[in-house]
Write a protein that binds this ligand. Structure first.
Ligand code: FPP
Length: 290
């Protein structure tokens, strides 16, 4: 009997919460909503310490916080969400810690593919972004499975940055661009044009157009699957970007609440969107005045 009434109370609180969120979403949609929100999920271990738990428990609660945050984003029709799940720098942590975090990531990739998961409920396409060759075979295969299983989902896009740093992404992209350009020159040479890859002063047709432009580099970025983020939210009050989306964040708003990642919630997202809308209004005013 007691259990029944507590179930009933939980359901009532959930319905009220969901109704309140719908009202707030409606109010926020009177303004411009972000297309892409990116998250630096910082503070899982500090949360675990604060609660007297092991590090791994902090990451587990962090994953639940992530699932809630995805639901809020999709309720607000934010089509693109990107998360920083594991950086190349994180591989320098103690081997046991890297191993247990990877084990958890593997388990959670499987969870993302379950029928009832947020990914399936909202029709989300999942991309794993980063130098996936640095991952162990089981994690890499699970990531590939998840990408294949969701490739026909088109309502939203979740990019999971893993074995990622922005400088590594840029280096990779420049390398790919150079290879592509070299191939183009080789083809032209084979046609008898005779230009060769002689320098950065001109293109294959001999004009003064740059040899490589921004669009070339962007095309080869891992993050070419999404537009640049409108908002980056980093939990735990830190304002560093920590080598995350450096190329793509030229015009992003950074919001950095004091809450540790497992404590992050709907109101933090609302606050970030209000900041974003205020910033857009400011830019619009400035544009009109000039
Ligand atoms: C499949 C999928 C999406 C999995 C995600 C799993 C997950 C929640 C990973 C987070 C890992 C991580 C390094 C968090 C940062 O906290 P921290 O360890 O840097 O904590 P600290 O800042 O307190 O040291």
């Amino acid at each position: 009997m007691e259990k029944q009434s507590s179930n009933w109370a939980t359901q009532l609180i959930e319905s009220l919460g969901s109704f309140l969120r719908r009202c707030i979403c409606l109010i926020l949609s009177a303004g411009c909503l972000p297309r892409h929100v990116a998250f630096i999920m910082d503070g899982n271990r500090r949360y675990a310490k604060k609660q007297g738990l092991l590090d791994g428990a902090g990451h587990r609660v962090g994953f639940l916080a992530l699932m809630n945050m995805l639901k809020y984003c999709y309720e607000l029709n934010v089509k693109y969400v990107t998360i920083y799940a594991f950086s190349i720098e994180n591989f320098k942590r103690r081997p046991e810690e890297v191993e247990s975090t990877m084990q958890l990531i593997l388990e959670k990739i499987e969870a993302l593919l379950e029928k009832e998961s947020i990914v399936n409920q909202y029709g989300v396409r999942v991309h794993f972004i980063g130098n996936l060759e640095l991952l162990s075979k089981p994690v890499r295969l699970a990531a590939e499975r998840a990408m294949n299983a969701t490739e026909h989902n088109s309502k939203a896009v979740l990019s999971i940055c893993i074995a990622y740093t922005s400088t590594d992404e840029i280096t990779h992209s420049v390398e790919e661009t150079c290879k592509e350009k070299q191939d183009e020159f080789r083809d032209l040479d084979a046609c008898g044009a005779g230009y060769g890859l002689v320098g950065l002063g001109g293109n294959a047709t001999g004009s003064n157009e740059p040899l490589i432009d921004v669009a070339d580099i962007e095309k080869h970025m891992y993050m070419a699957v999404a537009p640049d983020p409108d908002i980056i939210i980093r939990s735990s009050g830190e304002t560093r970007l920590s080598n995350f989306l450096l190329w793509q964040s030229a015009s992003s708003i950074l919001y950095s609440p004091r809450a540790l990642w497992p404590e992050i919630g709907f109101w933090h997202l609302v606050r970030a969107i209000l900041d974003f809308q205020r910033n857009l209004a400011y830019l619009e005013n400035k544009r009109k005045q000039s």
